[in-house]
Design a protein around this ligand. Structure first.
Ligand code: GUN
Ligand code: FE
Length: 424
């Protein structure tokens, strides 16, 4: 049994903080046994790691991020999605044909996630099998939790990224099998996730094949949905036979109940909202990216009221940062701007936004994101001395300040399942 003392803050459920000033956390084999105001006598013989005035908070979850776009993040944002993909995202990803380049860039990317306190991430690779294998190895070494896949894209990209349907499916299956063969024992934190880029980049034949692989290997799926109005119109042209963008994925078995993340989902019809709700699809809300690429403002409050499972994501390079604190803030800001024009949609609170970036459900990373009994000790130790002033604040106010104006140097330690994560 290990015991930790400090100012413990988490959201045991969406939108509700629990704060224990100078409380205790009991951990056994990387799993939380309980939080306590006073130390139970049964634990009095165990040593305590005392973090004093520091904050003990859950690590951040990024539910949608593009690993091969760290090298082009923050550029080309005068464009909207479709021209930006051709001018920036695709040319950047083409470099990942070179494994040596991939190794260096992916090391930078993984280290940036760790630096910013991300302890679980849902990650797009490029379409290259070898580069994705390298990314998986780095993630395994890092100790963070991840769902990751090579991107599948057999139409409408640039010549350097074009893959045939057959190669795309074969290489995907080879990677899935390689992960199974090289699985690191019971402490397995990195899973394969099928990654069709989005409907305009995947032929019907490819989506059908991926649907088959999803069934055969029981794999989770990630993609993009209803991000940009030109993109939505294009999907309608490409698939007039289907009811909607979401219906295309559903038809090919790519909306797997409880096992699918769809990024953006800004411009959904009522029918699409109902479909995602029925299938328990996780919506990755990318507020910063939606602003950077002028894609729109997602009606977050409406989705929450309709019972959609929404989690916050960076979508970096569609946005300019993997720092989840910025995405928590941008989620709140965008919901306030939306509220200004739609008074029926109350802005989200800090507690709601924080929980959507930490407590994202058990389907993708297992029990992690809060400090209830049985959850993993996936934790950040926050030293906010550098942003303290002459006025004293309680731990919750200090957390809000850290999220709004702290920086990564305030993150003193990062734990996943009780083990410290360090740069790779
Ligand atoms: N849709 C298809 N590919 C991408 C991508 O790389 N980024 C974003 N934001 N949207 C996409
Ligand atoms: Fe994306």
């Amino acid at each position: 049994m290990e015991l930790y003392r400090g100012n413990i803050i988490h959201t045991p459920e969406r939108g509700r903080f629990e704060a224990l000033e100078h409380g205790y956390l009991a951990v056994e084999n990387g799993v939380i046994r309980g939080t306590y105001k006073e130390l139970p006598t049964a634990y009095s013989g165990y040593p305590v790691t005392d973090y004093g005035e520091k904050l003990i908070i859950p690590g951040f979850h990024d539910m949608h991020v593009h690993a091969p776009q760290w090298c082009n993040a923050g550029m080309g944002f005068s464009m909207e999605l479709l021209p930006w993909l051709n001018a920036y995202a695709f040319p950047a990803e083409a470099h990942f044909a070179d494994p040596k380049f991939a190794e260096e860039e992916y090391r930078r990317f993984v280290n940036e996630l760790i630096r910013q306190g991300t302890t679980s991430a849902v990650i797009f690779g490029s379409r290259h099998k070898e580069a994705t294998r390298i990314l998986i190895e780095l993630l395994r070494k890092s100790g963070i939790r991840a769902c990751v896949g090579k991107v599948n894209m057999d139409r409408n990209s640039i010549p350097e990224l074009q893959e045939t349907t057959g190669d795309s499916l074969r290489e995907t299956e080879e990677l899935v099998q390689w992960m199974q063969e090289t699985r690191p024992g019971t402490d397995d934190r990195v899973q394969y996730m099928l990654t069709p880029r989005y409907v305009p980049c995947t032929t019907s034949e490819l989506m059908e094949g991926l649907g088959r692989l999803a069934q055969e290997y029981d794999l989770p799926v990630q993609s993009h949905l209803d991000e940009n109005l030109s993109e939505v119109a294009w999907v309608r042209e490409l698939h007039p036979e289907r009811k909607s963008f979401a219906d295309v994925y559903d038809y090919y078995g790519l909306l797997r109940p409880g096992k699918t993340v769809m990024a953006h989902c800004i411009h959904m019809t009522e029918e699409e909202v109902a479909l995602l709700q029925k299938k328990r699809i996780t919506v990755a809300h990318c507020a910063m990216s939606n602003a950077d690429l002028a894609s729109g403002i997602m009606p977050l409050r409406k989705y929450l009221e309709k019972g959609l499972d929404v989690a916050i994501a960076s979508d970096m390079g569609g946005s300019h940062s993997v720092n989840m604190r910025e995405h928590i803030v941008d989620t709140i800001k965008c919901s306030k701007l939306y509220w200004f024009y739609h008074k029926e949609a109350a802005p989200v609170t800090f507690a709601e936004s924080f929980s959507m970036a930490t407590l994202t459900g058990e389907n993708f990373f297992g029990k992690t994101g809060c400090f209830r009994e049985g959850y993993a000790f996936d934790v950040l130790i926050i030293n906010d001395e550098s942003i303290q002033t002459g006025i004293e604040h309680d731990p919750l106010e200090r957390l809000e300040r850290f999220v709004y104006l702290g920086d990564s140097s305030c993150i003193e330690k990062r734990f996943v399942a009780g083990r410290e994560c360090n740069p790779v």
